[in-house]
Write a protein that binds this ligand. Structure first.
Ligand code: GLN
Length: 480
């Protein structure tokens, strides 16, 4: 049984109440969070209230698998009356007056919210170090980053300060921190989960998904949050009923594209090769393929993401949300000073880049060209999935950086997104799951990618590996 299934049956069988379970999580979080900085805001009082309400639901026999289970939300997911800051100074003090669709769904099932998790400012980054609250630390080795941008969510799950957490993934922000911390991260098909109440970064790429300690748990949370929502025009109807995972890969056609392995750390490559052998031994058919357009994926991603961000972040002007600069001469001066003081360096860099690629004279050369190449990437993936059921690839070309490293090597930080961004460009579902460790004992992540709306296929194939390789994600109890 998965962790959620175990806890849920313990709650139903009255072996423990949600209130008792929540108190355990509160104590653990009080002990570990000062070290790990995974939560930027804890909501323990609300959690205890949620837990008492959940206990009542369970007593009436009205609970679901997630009723009474302690969990966490990334700080870019709107929570009514609770701070939602995107870990940016510009949103300091902002408390939305509505819940994001995903939180509405989970709340109505009696989920227990422990707090909001640390992240890169506005989800821009791959280490969570651009957070205004300072970086979260990797529970596996606190000298290393958690990855990003959903680094706090990954650390909270890995250190068992939450049974599961939601993150958002625009170019890898669920899958890469899951890989760096040794957890499971699932980015659903674009549109499978409503973005209503997710603070926008790159709207054509953003997607909410779970970080968990097993593939089965990722499927359980995915089922609880997915589905059409009239408040998000890009949301989609997903298959009815529970996502059943067979873990059976006999006859499954697996594509392995060379482009995903270029410039990969050799230890990661051999861990993925070993995983592919396991699939083959179980009767899957492995095809070596090529997706040439992937060589342009990283620049295409950064042009489109920054263009969309420059437009999305236009709404932060000191008038409507959060922070406002103190001394100013007139309204223009107020807007300029608020944005200058409120946004961090990385966010400003991206707003400027995005404004540049959209400006007249450069639009055709950058933004339009990136959109055309995006179509090429989509059509090459389409071709691949006419003949393959899944693709297997590394989640990242490297394992977790040491803290502070990427500050001096920003290019390496951008390059570390090379394996994850293609999936967002094409709107595909992908799971990242642990598949080994490097010489330093840092986790290595593998991606299982499927065609649009074939989320169950990706999860099921990932489950096979988790079982076959005997991967049990240990919660990191002792933090060094
Ligand atoms: N690292 C990527 C970026 O900085 C992806 C971030 C994300 O998925 N939110 O844009």
């Amino acid at each position: 049984m998965s962790r959620i299934q175990q806890l849920s049956s313990a709650l139903r069988d009255k072996k423990i109440s949600s209130e008792e379970l929540t108190i355990e999580y509160v104590k653990r979080t009080e002990r570990l969070n000062p070290v790990l900085n995974a939560y930027v805001c804890t909501t323990f009082a609300e959690a205890i209230d949620n837990a008492r309400a959940a206990d009542k639901l369970i007593a009436k026999g009205e609970g679901t698998l997630l009723t009474g289970i302690p969990m966490a939300l990334k700080d870019n997911i709107a929570t009514d009356g609770l701070p939602t800051t995107c870990c940016s100074k510009i949103l300091q003090g902002y408390r939305p007056y509505y819940d994001a669709a995903v939180w509405q769904k989970l709340k109505s099932q009696g989920a227990v919210l422990m707090g909001k998790t640390n992240m890169d400012e506005f989800a821009m980054g791959s280490t969570s170090e651009t957070s205004v609250y300072g970086a979260p630390l990797n529970p596996v080795n606190t000298a290393h980053v958690t990855g990003g941008s959903s680094g706090g969510s990954a650390a909270a799950v890995k250190a068992d300060m939450a049974v599961y957490a939601l993150g958002s993934d625009t170019g890898g922000s669920i899958r890469q921190p899951a890989a760096f911390c040794g957890a499971v991260g699932f980015k659903p098909t674009y549109g499978a989960v409503s973005r209503y109440g997710l603070i926008a970064y790159g709207s054509s790429l953003d997607q909410i998904g779970p970080l968990t300690s097993s593939v089965q748990d990722a499927a359980i949370v995915y089922d609880a949050i997915r589905g059409k929502d009239v408040r998000d025009q890009t949301s989609l109807c997903t298959p009815q009923g529970e996502t059943k995972l067979t873990g059976d890969v006999k006859g499954l056609k697996i594509g392995v594209a060379d482009e995903f392995f270029e410039g990969i750390n050799p230890e990661i490559k051999s861990a993925i090769d070993a995983a592919i052998c396991l699939y083959e031994r179980a009767g899957a058919q492995v095809k070596r393929i090529s997706i040439p357009a992937l060589k342009s994926a990283l620049p295409v991603y950064y042009i489109i993401a920054c263009a969309e961000a420059s437009s999305n972040l236009g709404r932060y002007d000191g008038i409507r949300y959060g922070f406002r600069a103190k001394d100013y001469a007139d309204i223009d001066d107020m807007v300029v000073k608020t944005r200058t003081q409120g946004f961090g360096r990385e966010v400003k860099k991206r707003i400027m880049l995005g404004t540049y690629v959209l400006s007249s004279g450069y639009f055709d050369a950058y933004y339009k060209k990136a959109c055309l190449i995006r179509q090429q990437i989509i059509s090459e993936f389409k071709n691949v999935f006419s003949d393959c059921d899944i693709l297997i690839a590394p989640a990242a070309p490297v394992t977790a950086f040491t803290l502070g490293y990427s500050g001096g090597n920003p290019i390496e930080m951008y390059l570390s997104d090379v394996c994850t961004v293609p999936v967002n460009i094409a709107g595909l579902p992908a799971v990242s799951l642990p598949c080994g460790k490097d010489k330093q004992g840092l986790p290595i992540g593998m991606q299982v990618i499927a065609d649009r709306l074939c989320d169950g296929t990706a999860l099921s194939a990932a489950l096979f590996f988790e079982k076959e390789a005997g991967i049990v994600i240990e919660n990191q109890g002792d933090i060094k």
